[in-house]
Structure formats: structure tokens, C-alpha cells
Design a protein around this ligand. Structure first.
Ligand code: ASP
Length: 338
């Protein structure tokens, strides 16, 4: 009697294990996807040396691989956005953190924002001068303050209270950006139009994580020669950054004044949600339609809940990389045939 009971229990446990195992193997793995940009602008094969080309491709490729590996391991999307942006904030190649462009006064004023599509939580910092990682500060604003955007000296006090790393403003300076500021100033003094690229080089990341949550973040030094406390689109939720699980996650780069006025990131998500159109259609319409029509130069990286990726831009190039839900990887700099 006792033996029969033991046998029956063993058989039941066996059946349960077999059906659990087959259910697990039959289940599709949750889709994940990631896309990043390192700025848009007059980036052509002739404007860049082959060494620069290789250096950009290497960091774009390793940053996207790093983010994808973290997502595969089940990392939270917000962690991945912050970590991948920090790789680019630390690189002098991009206009964010070290390598940020200079203001008219020869200083750095940094902007960043982050948003999660799960519950529309968001955080941002604007015009900060000593915070080593503005994207980390944006996340701290989101998670540890009752506000969405902090600016200037107040944001620095908050960052210090949060235990974030503070550095001297000169830490962000590079020769390349000093030269760019000099060139910009001499053109302004000669009443000539400065090169269009004085304003580009922002970094941004969008992800779909294994929980099905979207997240987006953007970090920048803004525009070379900016004055009077100018703030761009990057720290403005809806302009440079937006994420909503009901539609998509977007990070923008380009001429910030246009991206603010056309609330680009939010508009792409709203078009998807209310018009029922695809991510590619929505992003293309805004970047190559609405913005291009009025001369608003730049582009976006965007991802939706299925892990589709769109990276349209209306400038000559945009540093970009992605790995979509099918595992397809892209690393590119110039036009769509890159
Ligand atoms: N959008 C940024 C700004 O206007 C610049 C950039 O994307 O490079 O501050």
C-alpha cells in the first residue's frame, strides 16, 4: 500500500517535470532589442579619416554588443541604457561627458534625460557642469527626487547628496572641441555661417528588455558656442527622449531647437499609438517628412515592444548601431547604403 502510494507520487512528479520542461522549451524567448546613436550631422566619407572611421565603428560595435549581452542575461532596460551611455560619455569621440562641446565661455554645460516605458517615469538634468555622468544623474532624479528635471547648481547639489561622482569642468575638455570653439568664434566674428556640425554629437540608447519594458536615454554637451544657459532637446522629455510601452522608445540627435518645437520623440510614439502605424512609418514621417520639410536636421534611434528597430536621419550621416529582436546587427555611419 505504502509502496503503491510512493510510486504514484513519483509518477505524478515525473509527469509534472516532463510537461514543465516541454512548456519551457516550447516557449519563445522574450524578444529583446537595442539601438544607439552617437550623433548626426555632415558625416561623410570624405570628412572622416579611415582611422576615425575605424575608431567610431569599434566603439559603436562594442557598445551595442555589451548592451545586447546584458539584455540577453535578463538585465533591466534602465541599467542597460545607463551603462551603454556611460561607455560613450567616457569616450572623447562623442559630444557627451568627456569630449563634450564647449560653450561660448569655453566651459561645458551638459544635458541628459532618461525614461521608462513601463510607467512613464522620467528624469533629467540640464546645464550641469561638474557631474561626471549626467545620465546617472538623470536616473537619480527619476528615482530619488519628486521631480522630473533639475538644472544648474541645484542639480549639482542633488547629485552630490546622491553620492554621484563630481569632477572639475575641465575633465570634459579635449583639443578637438577647443579647436571647434575657436573656429566657431572666428566665423561668428567674421559674420560667416558656422559649419553646421558645430551642434552635433549627442549620444542616446533605446532598449526593449526581456521583461517587455522599453527605455530610452540621451546625453549631450549640446551645441558648440552655446550661450545664455541654452538648453537643447536632449533633457526634454518628449523632445529628445521618450518611452512608452504602448508605443515605442526614442532617443534623438540633431538641431535641438527643431526637436523641441516638433516634440520629435513624443510625436513618433503618439503617431504609432493613435494612428496604428509601424515604428518605421512613424519615425520616417517625422524625421524625413515633418522635420526635413522645415530644415530640422538630425535623426533618431527607436525601438518598439516587438523589438523592431528604426534609425532614420535626414542629415548626411549618423553614428549608429543596433541589434533587433531577430539578432540582426547593424553598425553604420553614413547613408543608408553604409
Ligand atoms: N540635440 C543636441 C542639442 O541640440 C545636439 C546633438 O544632437 O548633437 O543640444
Amino acid at each position: 500500500m505504502f509502496l503503491r502510494l510512493v510510486n504514484r507520487i513519483a509518477a505524478t512528479v515525473f509527469v509534472a517535470i516532463v510537461s514543465l520542461a516541454s512548456a519551457l522549451t516550447a516557449a519563445e524567448p522574450a524578444p529583446i532589442a537595442i539601438a544607439l546613436h552617437g550623433g548626426a550631422g555632415t558625416i561623410t566619407r570624405t570628412a572622416i579619416t579611415s582611422e576615425q572611421d575605424a575608431a567610431y565603428r569599434e566603439i559603436l560595435s562594442s557598445a551595442i554588443d555589451y548592451g545586447h549581452t546584458r539584455l540577453l542575461a535578463g538585465a533591466d532596460g534602465l541599467d542597460v541604457v545607463v551603462e551603454v551611455i556611460q561607455i560613450m560619455e567616457r569616450s572623447p569621440l562623442f559630444n557627451a561627458g568627456i569630449g563634450a562641446v564647449m560653450t561660448w565661455e569655453g566651459k561645458h554645460e551638459l544635458d541628459a534625460s532618461i525614461m521608462t516605458g513601463a510607467n512613464l517615469d522620467a528624469g533629467a538634468v540640464a546645464g550641469v557642469t561638474t557631474i561626471a555622468s549626467p545620465i546617472a544623474a538623470a536616473r537619480a532624479v527619476m528615482e530619488h527626487s519628486p521631480h522630473v528635471m533639475l538644472s544648474g547648481a541645484g542639480a549639482e547639489v542633488f547629485a552630490r547628496d546622491q553620492g554621484l561622482e563630481l569632477v572639475d569642468n575641465a575633465t570634459f575638455t579635449t583639443e578637438r572641441r577647443k579647436n571647434a570653439l575657436e573656429k566657431y568664434k572666428s566665423k561668428v566674428a567674421a559674420r560667416l555661417t558656422p559649419d553646421k556640425d558645430y551642434k552635433y554629437g549627442t549620444v542616446g540608447v533605446v532598449v526593449l528588455d526581456a521583461n517587455g519594458d522599453l527605455a530610452a536615454g540621451t546625453s549631450t554637451g549640446g551645441m558648440t558656442g552655446k550661450r545664455w544657459g541654452r538648453i537643447g532637446d536632449a533633457p526634454i522629455i518628449g523632445a529628445g527622449t521618450y518611452a512608452n510601452n504602448a508605443s515605442c522608445a526614442v532617443s534623438a540627435t540633431g538641431h535641438g531647437e527643431f526637436f523641441i518645437r516638433y516634440h520629435v520623440a513624443g510625436d513618433i510614439c503618439s503617431r504609432m499609438q493613435y494612428q496604428g502605424i509601424s515604428l518605421t512609418q512613424a519615425a520616417d514621417t517625422v524625421i524625413n517628412g515633418e522635420l526635413a520639410r522645415v530644415g530640422g536636421e538630425g535623426g533618431v534611434v527607436a525601438v518598439d515592444v516587438r523589438g523592431n528597430v528604426a534609425m532614420p536621419f535626414n542629415s548626411e550621416g549618423m553614428y549608429r548601431a543596433s541589434i533587433d529582436a531577430t539578432g540582426h546587427k547593424t553598425v553604420a555611419i553614413y547613408g543608408i547604403d553604409d
